[in-house]
Design a protein around this ligand. Structure first.
Ligand code: 0L1
Ligand code: MG
Length: 263
C-alpha cells in the first residue's frame, strides 16, 4: 500500500535523483520515513523514472536485483527487487567507467536477456520467458547504492532504482535454447585475480526465473515487459567493490567474456 503523499514521493525522488547525479551518499529514506512500504519505494522509483524521461533519457529495459541467495544475504534482505535501465547507463565492452561519477561502485556478473515478444501477467513461466527471448548475452552490472555505507532496507533500495548505475555487455549473444542457462559457470576477475566464481543456477535456480519474477512485479505495478526489452537477471556472485584503476573481467562459459576498467 502506498502511504506517502504525492508531494513526499516527488521530494524523495528529487533527493535520490540529486544523490545519483551528484555521486553523493545520503541516509536511507526510511530514516526520515520509517513507515515507508515497498509500494512507497516503487512509487518513488516511478517518480524518479519520470524525471529522467522528462530530461530526454531513454529507457531500454529493466533489471532484477537481489535475485541470488548470496546477494540477499550480503545485503540483508529477503525479497528480490526490480529497477529500470536507461540507454545512458551503458558502457562499451573493454571500455572505461568513471569511478568518480559514483559513490562506492561494485561489480557483479549477470546474464542479460533481450526479448522479441512482450511478456505480461502474474504467472509467467520460465518456458514463456525463454520463448519470448531473442538472445542472451553476458553482462557486468555496476551497482552503486546512493545510501551511506551501502546500508539500506528494501523500500529505500527500490526507491534508489535498485542501486542501478552502469552496465556493460559483450561476449557472444546466444539463442537461449542453445544453452543450459542453469549450469553456466562464471568467473569474475579483478586485476587478473579471481574474485568470484559461481554457476548461473545461483539466480533463483535459473536466470529466466528472475525475468519471470520481474514480469510479475511489473504486473503488480500495472506495467509489462515490451518486446525488444533489455533485461539484466541479477548478480550470479556477490558484488565486489572496485577502485579507480581496477580492471574487471567476467568470463562466462559458452557466452564469452566482458571487461571494463575503472578510471
Ligand atoms: O543488482 C542488484 O542485485 C542490486 C540490488 C540492490 C541491492 C544492492 O545495492 O546490492
Ligand atoms: Mg545486479
Amino acid at each position: 500500500m502506498i502511504t506517502l503523499k504525492d508531494p513526499e514521493i516527488e521530494a524523495l525522488a528529487e533527493r535520490v535523483d540529486a544523490a545519483q547525479s551528484g555521486a553523493r551518499a545520503i541516509p536511507k529514506l526510511t530514516d526520515d520515513f520509517p513507515a515507508m512500504t515497498l509500494a512507497d519505494g516503487y512509487a518513488v522509483q516511478l517518480a524518479l523514472r519520470r524525471r529522467l524521461l522528462a530530461r530526454g533519457q531513454r529507457q531500454v529495459g529493466w533489471k532484477a536485483g537481489l535475485t541470488s541467495l548470496a546477494k540477499m544475504r550480503q545485503m540483508g534482505v529477503d525479497v528480490p527487487s526490480i529497477g529500470f535501465l536507461m540507454a545512458g547507463m551503458a558502457r562499451p565492452d573493454g571500455g572505461t567507467v568513471v569511478h568518480a561519477e559514483m559513490v562506492h561502485p561494485r561489480v557483479e556478473c549477470e546474464v542479460a536477456f533481450v526479448t522479441r515478444a512482450p511478456l505480461r501477467g502474474a504467472a509467467v513461466s520460465r518456458e514463456e520467458v525463454l520463448a519470448a527471448t531473442d538472445f542472451v548475452l553476458p553482462a557486468i552490472e555496476i551497482i552503486d547504492s546512493r545510501y551511506a555505507g551501502f546500508k539500506f532496507d528494501l523500500p529505500s533500495v527500490v526507491a534508489d532504482n535498485g542501486s542501478s548505475a552502469r552496465y556493460v555487455t559483450g561476449g557472444r549473444p546466444r539463442r537461449p535454447r542453445e544453452l543450459d542457462l542453469s549450469t553456466l559457470g562464471v568467473l569474475m576477475e579483478k586485476n587478473g585475480e579471481p574474485v568470484g566464481m559461481a554457476a548461473s543456477a545461483a539466480v533463483l535456480g535459473h536466470p529466466a526465473e528472475a525475468v519471470a519474477l520481474l514480469v510479475k512485479v511489473l504486473d503488480e505495478l500495472g506495467e509489462h515487459l515490451p518486446a525488444g526489452s533489455f533485461v539484466m537477471s541479477g548478480g550470479i556472485t556477490e558484488a565486489v567493490a572496485v577502485q579507480p584503476g581496477d580492471h574487471v573481467m567476467a568470463r562466462f562459459q559458452a557466452l564469452g567474456a566482458v571487461s571494463l576498467r575503472f578510471v
